[in-house]
Ligand binder design. Structure first.
Ligand code: SF4
Length: 394
């Protein structure tokens, strides 16, 4: 399930303890949700939400009131916002638009250039899919986005969430978006006490029923804003919520219990990072070819296994020699993995370098001077290592 981050500022500012009864929002709607909402009641709730949005909706560089005139901007921003906070995305969005102002520019770029613009944003598969889809659209439609949800869904890298976002935000079509924030709002509003995996079809149906036939773009922005700034995971600001008089979770004191979240199972891994310098001090880097995590990015060779540091000895060095442990252990958290990397360095003589290049695994790595690192798309993990190594030189 795609999840936008809640806006941390909004999550913590001005929030009331819901153990005290909230001040009702003056435009909040009073309805009884004990029975399924009728179409009329859904329409009233969405009207209340739109009223709230007209007064309290946020402005962003990628947002317009009403349908956006540029689906490309909508698409790029929606992909960037998945799993990433608004605050983090804003500068990335500006830089990306400056470098790739339209879909043709993005399609023409190399994947390395796209990664460079994405550096530090994480979840690099998103960048690869953007690039792939841009090329597909330029080759097949002259860069035009199809204007229906179903056609959008056929594009490479576009799933139900992104297809609904583009449909509603750019083409004003009544297609409900369902991300982590929307799931929380809908589950609380209707009092759905099930795990997300079980409740998803029900949440989707309710979300679609709430979607008005007109002002779809504003409605989508509104429900996203509500989830990000008012109906936040901890201590939602129910007093400011347009649904406060209709909300089942508020009425029944179940806010802390909804939605039921499943704890993500993370795998603990430990590994070795191999910092290999030649006699000039240039460092060996390579493009990660392994499918999945960090695919296509530049890295120093490393290897990891499941388990704690007692398993480190199971990882062999890529070349025999005088390896020195350096720097602090680097910890990095991926969605499903807690990684602990131990750093090792070796300085090769000319012969050692020749031997290494001859016998190394068949990656197409090269030695580069440290002052050229900025030309390569390193992941945040690798940047931590560059920083750690630099610290040792101070
Ligand atoms: S929808 Fe969220 S913010 Fe609104 S009243 Fe219910 S729990 Fe509170």
């Amino acid at each position: 399930m795609k999840s936008r981050s809640t806006d941390s500022k909004a999550s913590s500012a001005g929030l009331k303890d819901i153990s005290e009864p909230p001040e009702p929002d003056s435009t909040a709607l009073s309805t009884d949700l004990s029975a399924d909402l009728s179409a009329d009641l859904s329409a009233d709730l969405s009207a209340a939400l739109l009223n709230w949005y007209d007064r309290s909706g946020r402005d962003f560089p990628w947002r317009m009131r009403g349908a956006h005139s540029n689906p490309y901007m909508v698409w790029v921003s929606e992909i960037m916002l998945q799993q990433t906070t608004v605050k983090t995305v804003i500068p990335y969005f500006h830089r990306f638009m400056e470098k790739f102002p339209d879909i043709q520019a993005l399609a023409k770029a190399s994947i390395e250039d796209v990664f460079l613009m994405w550096q530090g944003l994480g979840y690099y598969t998103r960048a690869r899919k953007l690039h792939e889809c841009a090329r597909y659209l330029v080759d097949n439609t002259g860069g035009e986005f199809p204007k229906t949800y179903r056609e959008l869904l056929k594009l490479p890298g576009i799933g139900p969430y992104t297809a609904a976002s583009i449909s509603s935000l750019a083409f004003d079509l009544p297609e409900a978006v369902v991300d982590g924030n929307v799931i929380r709002v809908i589950s609380r509003l209707y009092g759905i006490q099930k795990s997300t995996a079980v409740s998803l079809p029900e949440v989707k149906e309710k979300a679609q029923n709430l979607m008005p036939k007109t002002r779809a773009a504003d409605y989508t922005s509104a429900i996203m804003d509500l989830g990000a700034t008012v109906c936040v995971p901890q201590k939602p600001d129910c007093g400011a919520c347009p649904f406060s008089k209709s909300c089942a979770a508020l009425k029944d004191g179940l806010i802390d219990k909804i939605p039921l979240t499943e704890k993500l199972q993370k795998t603990g891994k430990c590994g070795k990072l191999f910092w290999i310098e030649n006699e000039n001090g240039d460092v060996y880097i390579r493009k990660r070819t392994e499918k999945g995590l960090l695919h296509g990015l530049t890295e120093f060779p490393w290897s990891a296994v499941e388990g704690g540091r007692s398993r480190l000895d199971d990882i062999s060095f890529p070349i025999n020699g005088d390896w020195q442990n350096f720097g602090n252990v680097i910890r990095h958290v991926f969605t499903h993995i807690d990684l602990e990397l131990h750093l090792f360095k070796i300085r090769l003589s000319k012969d050692g370098e020749a031997g290494f290049l001859t016998h190394k695994t068949n990656d197409s790595g090269i030695f580069v001077p440290k002052n050229k690192f900025s030309d390569f798309p390193f992941s945040t993990l690798m940047k931590k290592i560059i920083k750690e190594e630099a610290k040792q030189q101070e």
